[in-house]
Design a binder for this molecule. Structure first.
Ligand code: MLT
Length: 317
C-alpha cells in the first residue's frame, strides 16, 4: 500500500501569494526561478509536481529526467503549448491549467490595446513626455460604428465581444467550434474566416496556438482584409506570420497593430521589425497581468494540482 507523504511541488515561476499559501498547506513547496533546462531537469528529479507559467519550457528532457516521478504539471495560465504534452502522456504525467481566472484580464487588455491604438495613446504620451504638445500628430480613429472581428469565440473572445458591443461596435466572430446560439445570444454574427477578414475594421485574435492556427494570419490572410484595417493580438505570437504582418504594415494594407505577444518571447527587441514602429504598439505579454488575475490563476492552478496529487498519491490511490 502507498504511504502518504507530503508531495514535493517545485514552483518554477512567480506565483500569487494566496496560491503559494494554499500549496504550502498540504505540500512541501520548493521555489526556484530562472532555471535553465539542465537545472530544471536536475530539480525535477525530486519533485512530484511542477508549476510553471509561460516562461518555462517543460520539454521531453524534463520528463525523462524525472523518470516518472513527476505526476502533475500545473500551468498557471491557459495555454499549455510550453509543455510537451506527448512526452507528459508517455511518462504518465497529468497536465492541468488555470482555464478561467485570467479570462477577464485578457479581454480587458485586448480592449485596452484596441482603444490605445485607435487614439495613439502611447505615441501621444511619449510626445508629451518629450516636451511636445502636438495635437495634430495624433488624430485617431473612432471605434463606434466600426466592425470588430473576433477570431476565437471562446472565453476571452466572447468577453472581448461583449465589451466591444458596449463601445458601439458591430461584432463578427470566427470560430469553428463556437455555437450559433451562444453567438446569437450575444448579438454576434458567426462568420467564416474569409468573411471575417473581409468585413472587419479591427481584427482581434483570441485563438490558441495549435498546428491549425500557426501563421494563420499570413500574406494571403492580410491581403483579404479590408484595406486600412487594424490588428490586435493578445493570444499567441505564433498565430501571426510576423514577416507577413511587417509587409502588410509597410504596404498600409494594415495601418496599425497592437501586439501583446510575439513568436519568440522575450523577442529580440533591438532591430525587431515590429517593435518601435510608429504604427505598432507593444506590451510585454501583459494579458493576464492584473493583481486580481494573478491571484485567481495561482489559486486555480494550485487547486488543480492539489486535487490531482490527492487522487494520485493518496493511500487509497
Ligand atoms: C495564458 O496562457 O494564460 C496567458 O498567456 C497568460 C500567461 O502566460 O501568463
Amino acid at each position: 500500500a502507498a504511504v502518504y507523504r507530503r508531495p514535493i511541488v517545485l514552483v518554477a515561476e512567480p506565483l500569487g501569494e494566496a496560491g503559494m499559501d494554499l500549496l504550502a498547506s498540504s505540500c512541501e513547496v520548493q521555489s526556484a526561478q530562472g532555471l535553465s533546462e539542465a537545472e530544471l531537469c536536475a530539480r525535477v528529479a525530486s519533485a512530484d509536481a511542477l508549476i510553471v507559467r509561460s516562461g518555462t519550457k517543460v520539454t521531453r528532457a524534463v520528463f525523462e529526467a524525472s523518470q516518472g516521478r513527476l505526476k502533475v504539471v500545473g500551468r498557471a495560465g491557459v495555454g499549455v503549448e510550453n509543455v510537451d504534452l506527448a512526452a507528459a502522456t508517455e511518462w504518465g504525467c497529468l497536465v492541468v491549467n488555470a482555464p478561467t481566472a485570467n479570462t477577464v484580464a485578457a479581454a480587458e487588455h485586448g480592449i485596452a490595446l484596441l482603444c490605445a491604438m485607435a487614439r495613439n495613446i502611447p505615441q501621444a504620451d511619449a510626445a508629451v513626455r518629450a516636451g511636445r504638445w502636438d495635437r495634430q500628430d495624433h488624430v485617431g480613429t473612432s471605434i463606434a460604428g466600426k466592425t470588430l472581428a473576433v477570431y476565437g469565440f471562446g472565453k476571452v473572445g466572447s468577453e472581448v465581444a461583449r465589451r466591444a458591443k458596449g463601445l458601439g461596435m458591430a461584432v463578427v466572430a470566427c470560430d469553428p467550434y463556437a455555437s450559433q446560439e451562444k453567438a446569437q445570444a450575444q448579438g454576434v454574427e458567426l462568420v467564416t474566416f474569409d468573411d471575417a477578414l473581409a468585413k472587419a475594421d479591427f481584427h482581434s485574435l483570441h485563438m490558441p496556438l495549435t498546428p491549425g492556427t500557426k501563421n494563420i494570419f499570413s500574406d494571403a490572410a492580410f491581403s483579404r482584409m479590408k484595406r486600412g484595417c487594424r490588428v490586435i493580438n493578445v493570444a499567441r505570437g505564433g498565430v501571426i506570420d510576423e514577416a507577413a504582418l511587417v509587409r502588410a504594415l509597410d504596404s498600409r494594407q494594415v495601418v496599425q497593430a497592437a501586439l501583446d505577444v510575439f513568436l519568440e518571447e522575450p523577442p529580440h527587441i533591438e532591430g525587431h521589425p515590429l517593435i518601435g514602429r510608429p504604427d505598432v504598439i507593444c506590451t510585454p505579454h501583459l494579458g493576464a497581468a492584473t493583481t486580481e488575475a494573478q491571484e485567481g490563476v495561482a489559486l486555480e492552478v494550485v487547486g488543480a494540482v492539489i486535487d490531482a496529487l490527492a487522487g494520485l498519491l493518496s493511500p487509497n490511490a
